[in-house]
Write a protein that binds this ligand. Structure first.
Ligand SMILES: Cc1cc2nc3c(=O)[nH]c(=O)nc-3n(C[C@H](O)[C@H](O)[C@H](O)COP(=O)(O)OP(=O)(O)OC[C@H]3O[C@@H](n4cnc5c(N)ncnc54)[C@H](O)[C@@H]3O)c2cc1C
Length: 441
């Protein structure tokens, strides 16, 4: 029987990051992924004849762990990304509000965004944001638990943000980034996304992928693991953990095959981890908070078009519509397409049970509100539901996130839901995988 130093369950960014770290230390790793491609929530794949991705992603310039891993496997981030130094906010069919977000790379646009846009936000509106952001960052650093008891709507009004600044800036930022309306969005999570950017403000800008995320980012990580002595198995669903003598000794697949190791890194989504852990640990004190950590969905609509929806591929928010955030992607991720719009919908729960045709109709109606007439350009479309993929970012839930280290011999956790400073994003997933790998002796 083949012995491994570690079994990694899940081939998303967390699992791949663990795999890269461990193989680089000479450990023998077996990585098991349930789907036919690696990447998890950062995958790209064929969905009934249409090339899609898990949902459009932006890479934030301050990420540091993910780029280190990418360089380790021979991928230069600048080769797989194109950088944006501004975003658009569309509220009607007029010109968009342009917000610069790169104080160094796009200094003029950032300053213009702040002092310009007078027809959307007055000087009073803009000034009301300064004490709100300052207090929020202070509370994030000094009173995290208290900050996590507020939603961002309560917190904004408590700290004097004007109605217009709230609706035209805070709403797009909250529903655009984590697809949640502001009355369900933890203030702690909101500021937590900006906090790591403060010491690295000079790195701020957002990167759009130049190709499918599986092809340009995740496959190279998997291939590197393979070339360095690790083994990757796709289409391999772990059905149960082998737990004997108070120790996790390995895993059993749904086809009955078993694999053994002294270390198992469970790098699945929170939902899958709970399913695998419940059988053995439902009464254990360490597991109970994690068991209570709720899940949150995300829903995306991807539309193949005969022409681009916009003259540039750029991150866009559309408050007052169901289109939380979206981008034209025919010059970036889907360069083989004549036009491709990728939209993340809010609130996600509303769309989960809908037929894709029904979702499309609602999107087309809302798109018209922002001057976007898509009807005669549609070639095909797919709805991608992430029913169980995120841990809840609503107030009060951050303290329920587990650490990578568990009190169970042989069991380590990884994944964006585990404790790390970046929440549910690519950097958080990558860092959780690195932290998990450090626990393998
Ligand atoms: C629509 C959308 C938009 C996003 N936008 C951004 C963005 O702009 N910027 C950003 O940084 N992040 C973004 N994210 C978040 C980011 O994608 C995630 O935080 C990150 O990919 C999570 O990685 P992970 O490895 O923790 O989990 P996952 O990627 O979910 O990986 C878990 C893996 O485990 C596998 N698995 C589950 N159960 C089993 C089992 N029993 N056996 C074997 N394998 C199993 C799954 O198939 C999956 O591949 C977005 C996510 C979505 C869905």
């Amino acid at each position: 029987m083949e012995q491994y130093d570690a079994i990694v369950v899940g081939g998303g960014l967390a699992g791949l990051s663990s795999g890269v770290q461990l193989t680089s230390k000479g450990k023998r790793v077996l990585l098991l992924e349930a789907e036919s491609v690696v990447g998890g929530r950062t995958s790209s794949y064929d969905f009934d004849g249409m090339k899609v991705e898990s949902g459009f992603h932006r890479y934030i310039g301050y990420y540091s762990h993910l780029p280190l891993l990418l360089r380790k496997v021979g991928v230069k981030p600048s080769d797989i990304l194109t950088w944006e130094d501004k975003i658009h906010v569309r509220m009607d069919d007029e010109k968009p509000l342009v917000l610069g977000l790169a104080p160094v790379y796009g200094m003029i646009k950032t300053i213009k965004g702040f002092i310009g846009n007078q027809s959307y936000l007055t000087a009073k509106d803009k000034l009301s944001l300064i004490p709100f952001f300052m207090k929020g960052i202070m509370d994030f650093l000094t009173k995290p638990k208290q900050l996590d008891s507020f939603n961002i709507k309560e917190y904004a009004f408590k700290h004097g943000v004007t109605r217009d600044a709230f609706h035209q800036l805070i709403v797009p930022l909250s529903s655009g980034i984590y697809f949640l309306p502001p009355d369900r969005y933890s203030a702690y999570v909101f500021f937590g996304l900006f906090a790591p950017g403060i010491p690295k403000f000079y790195k701020m800008r957002v990167g759009a992928f130049l190709g499918g995320m599986t092809e340009v980012m995740c496959d190279p990580m998997a291939e590197w693991i393979g070339k360095n002595g690790g083994k990757i198995m796709v289409n391999s669903t772990v059905e149960s953990l082998i737990y004997e003598d108070s120790q996790i000794k390995g895993v059993r697949l749904s086809n009955g095959e078993s694999f053994y190791s002294n270390h198992t890194i469970l790098a699945t989504t929170l939902h899958s981890s709970k399913q695998l852990l419940e059988a053995h640990f439902c009464n254990e004190k360490w597991y109970k908070p994690m068991a209570r950590l709720p899940l949150m969905p995300a829903v995306c609509l991807q539309i193949e078009l005969s022409k681009p929806a916009f003259p540039v591929d750029i991150t866009t928010f559309a408050p007052f519509t169901c289109m939380a955030s979206f981008a034209e992607q025919s010059r970036t991720t889907f360069q083989q397409s004549n036009g491709r719009l990728s939209i993340i919908l809010t609130p996600p729960e509303k769309f989960l049970g809908m037929e894709p045709k029904e979702t499309l109709e609602l999107v087309l109606k809302d798109a018209k509100k922002i001057g976007l007439d898509l009807e005669d350009k549609i070639i095909d479309y797919r709805q991608i539901n992430h029913v169980y993929d995120f841990h809840s970012l609503e107030p009060g839930h951050q303290q329920l996130r587990p650490t990578q280290n568990t009190p169970v011999n042989g069991l380590i956790l990884a994944g964006d839901y585990t404790k790390q400073p970046y929440f549910s994003n690519m950097e958080g997933a990558a860092y959780s995988g690195i932290k998990a790998a450090r626990l393998v002796k």
